[in-house]
Design a protein around this ligand. Structure first.
Ligand SMILES: Cc1cc2nc3c(=O)[nH]c(=O)nc-3n(C[C@H](O)[C@H](O)[C@H](O)COP(=O)(O)OP(=O)(O)OC[C@H]3O[C@@H](n4cnc5c(N)ncnc54)[C@H](O)[C@@H]3O)c2cc1C
Length: 304
């Protein structure tokens, strides 16, 4: 393998986009968890419950629409999804720690925060997971604070100071991490004294152990491109593509890589488990060419 740096070094490992689950015939998370188990891969693989917290009524309605599609497409999988509203009890929104607070109590789930400050959080893509080993919180997003939303930047040797500051402050607003038991109160006090940054002017700014950024390849139609690159697109015999995951490569890249290898080996059409929306094709290329460029589409919120 020819590799400029280190494979997949930047990603947080979240694999939970509802749209991917609805649209893909292969269930990528299962593909990877089976691979990890069968090959005894040493890694922090952990299947968690995920909480997508919507702070905006329109976005919540949109998500409910996708949920209905999932119910038809895969009743078994949709049975694992629970819809919690402001009237729900057990769990209630407060039980799920959404919205508001501070701390370090174990989360036991991963989070996506959508629409929690529409003015600032225009890309709606803040997300949180907790490492199973050390318990560190990994909070990602804040792209709106990078110049131009980070679009067009291919230098990941530095981090945007304003995006990093936003993330250090925002977690306390998006999530209620206050303790729910007396044991947690004790742990929380200790954790908080370590996590809150004494040099910050904001009393809620957290101290980060590590901060990093990375490059994400976006495609105009928001989907990866997988297959042979034809001559009229500047390719020709022997040139293949498997790229453009648009910030959601964790759930998609493994299945797509498997598919592109099968295509290289001569399999065709339905023999290859690859959604049609991911295949390179003349019609798709023509549609993409007249569509918005990534920068414009991003400003319109297309990639949310
Ligand atoms: C900070 C961050 C967090 C993310 N978190 C998530 C997440 O939680 N969930 C999710 O689904 N997705 C996440 N993503 C997106 C995910 O990482 C990408 O969608 C996925 O890695 C795309 O896979 P890829 O193989 O297309 O590209 P990459 O993983 O970017 O791989 C491209 C590789 O090519 C190498 N390379 C580049 N140029 C050359 C060259 N000239 N010669 C040789 N090698 C070269 C690079 O070093 C790199 O390793 C995140 C991305 C970032 C940056």
């Amino acid at each position: 393998m020819l590799e400029a740096r280190e494979a997949c070094w930047g990603a947080t490992g979240r694999m939970d986009r509802m749209e991917d689950i609805v649209n893909l015939p292969f269930i990528p998370a299962r593909l990877i968890s089976d691979f990890v188990a069968n090959n005894e891969i040493p890694c922090e693989w952990k299947t968690l419950e995920g909480c997508h917290a919507y702070y905006d009524a329109d976005m919540f309605a949109q998500a409910l629409g996708l949920y209905q599609i999932l119910q038809d497409a895969d009743p078994e999988l949709s049975g694992t999804v629970k819809v919690i509203t402001q009237d729900s009890i057990s769990p209630s929104l407060s039980d799920l720690r959404v919205p508001r607070a501070v701390g370090a109590a174990p989360l036991a789930m991963s989070y996506v925060f959508a629409g929690h400050d529409k003015v600032k959080n225009v890309y709606q893509d803040d997300y949180l997971i907790q490492r199973p080993s050390g318990g560190e919180l990994m909070f990602g997003g804040g792209r709106q604070y990078a110049t131009d939303g980070g679009v067009g930047c291919s230098d990941d040797s530095w981090t945007s100071r304003s995006a990093a500051k936003y993330l250090r402050n925002e977690l306390n607003h998006a999530l209620d991490l206050s303790p729910s038991s007396s044991e947690e109160v004790k742990t929380l006090r200790e954790e908080l004294s370590r996590a809150l940054d004494p040099s910050s002017s904001s009393s809620k700014e957290l101290k980060a152990s590590f901060e990093w950024t990375g490059i994400m390849g976006f495609s105009r139609d928001g989907r990866p491109w997988v297959g042979a690159v034809p001559e009229e697109l500047g390719g020709g015999k022997g040139l293949w593509i498997c790229a453009g995951f648009t910030g959601h490569g964790m759930p998609n890249a493994t299945g797509c890589a498997k598919a592109v290898v099968e295509l290289m080996l001569g399999k065709e059409g339905e023999e290859v488990d690859l959604p049609s929306v991911h295949r390179v094709g003349r019609e798709r290329v023509e549609r993409a060419r007249v569509g918005d460029e990534v920068r414009e589409a991003d400003l319109k919120g297309f990639f949310v």
